[in-house]
Design a protein around this ligand. Structure first.
Ligand code: 8YV
Length: 324
């Protein structure tokens, strides 16, 4: 009988998916609550045919062993892959797959939720009430910013950017402007009246809310820096459900403190799970612990999608969601 491929699952996955993995593969599960250490990840390359990493497994060049790599597939649980050195994987003949499409709606939901929450100060309001600080209804109590009719600027008009645009436009009557590296010209964006602008700065100049939906990693590192925060409208809000490194967090704290922008809603952080104390101490930010795809349905779908890639790869069929 053919040996089952040896695979390692670096974090706990939804039970239904773990069951399938255990049936179809010689699967090792990290039973602990903590991610694998860099040393354990390095060893995984020597001992497993496939690694199923998540965003909490950093796989830069230093983690790839110099020789005797057994791993032929990195089947990532998630759509973002800036935690993996893709060029090196390619050079070493390792296939990398992701789970696109299945988490689009839930991630856009969290982006919209952050937008509404920071504009209408729902986080602050809840904190005040729970702390016993609510003195009663008053016409001037905890006044926020109206969302309907405002302009949303989207940086990165991919699947999630478009899903955010749909919610904002059809649900909240927002005008949508966006920046995207390549030309986006489809019926859907046209139906929303979404206008593609020539530069990020053009978007920042018009937007009341700026929502980031571009990849992380070297090419977009600190795309939103002090200068760009300064180019946003005073009174505008920044929403980030993409990757923490897209924003210069120090510059963001300064811009919030100096009132250059009105607030921010963040689901991702540079160096997460560490969150700068300065952000935690700032009232006009809504801070979520990377919940973008965290619904039961979506996490199961992500797992199933990773399994499809895994099965196709080891059956020698074309791999659906190959990055390299
Ligand atoms: C996941 C995400 O929770 O898919 C992504 O890129 O950021 C989230 O949906 C995370 O990546 C899990 O690895």
């Amino acid at each position: 009988r053919k040996m089952k491929p040896r695979v390692i699952v670096t974090r706990r996955w939804p039970a239904a998916v773990e069951q399938i993995l255990a049936e179809r593969f010689d699967a090792t599960f990290n039973e602990g609550d903590a991610p694998l250490s860099p040393t354990q990840l390095k060893a995984a390359f020597l001992n497993f045919d496939a690694i199923l990493p998540t965003v909490s497994d950093k796989l830069p060049a230093g983690i790839f062993p110099d020789a005797d790599i057994r791993t032929r597939l990195l089947a990532n649980f998630g759509v973002g892959f800036s935690h993996i050195d893709i060029d090196l994987a390619k050079a070493r003949g390792i296939t990398v797959t992701i789970t696109p499409g299945v988490l689009t709606d839930c991630t856009a939901d969290i982006a919209m939720s952050l937008l509404l929450s920071v504009a209408r100060r729902t986080g602050e309001g809840e904190r005040q009430l729970r702390a016993g600080g609510w003195a009663g209804w008053c016409p001037t109590h905890m006044i926020g910013t109206k969302v309907t009719g405002k302009t949303l600027g989207i940086i990165g008009m991919g699947r999630i950017g478009k899903a955010m645009a749909r919610r904002a436009h059809f649900g909240f009557g927002m005008d949508v402007v966006f920046y995207n590296r390549s030309k986006v010209d489809d019926g859907e964006t046209r139906a929303m009246g979404a206008r593609q602008l020539a530069s990020i700065d053009d978007v920042l100049a018009e937007a009341d809310f700026v929502s980031l939906h571009c990849p992380g990693g070297a090419e977009n590192r600190h795309l939103i820096n002090a200068e760009r925060l300064g180019a946003m409208k005073r009174g505008a809000f920044l929403i980030n459900t993409a990757r923490g490194d897209v924003v210069d967090q120090k510059a963001l704290v300064a811009a919030l403190r100096e009132g250059k922008i009105a607030g921010a809603g963040l689901d991702v952080y540079d160096g997460e799970p560490a969150v700068p104390a300065a952000l935690i101490e700032t009232e006009n930010v809504v801070l979520l612990p990377h919940l973008g795809s965290a619904s039961e349905e979506t996490r199961v779908a992500m797992g199933m999608r990773a399994v499809e890639n895994l099965v196709a790869f080891f059956e020698g069929r074309p791999v659906p969601d190959r990055v390299v």
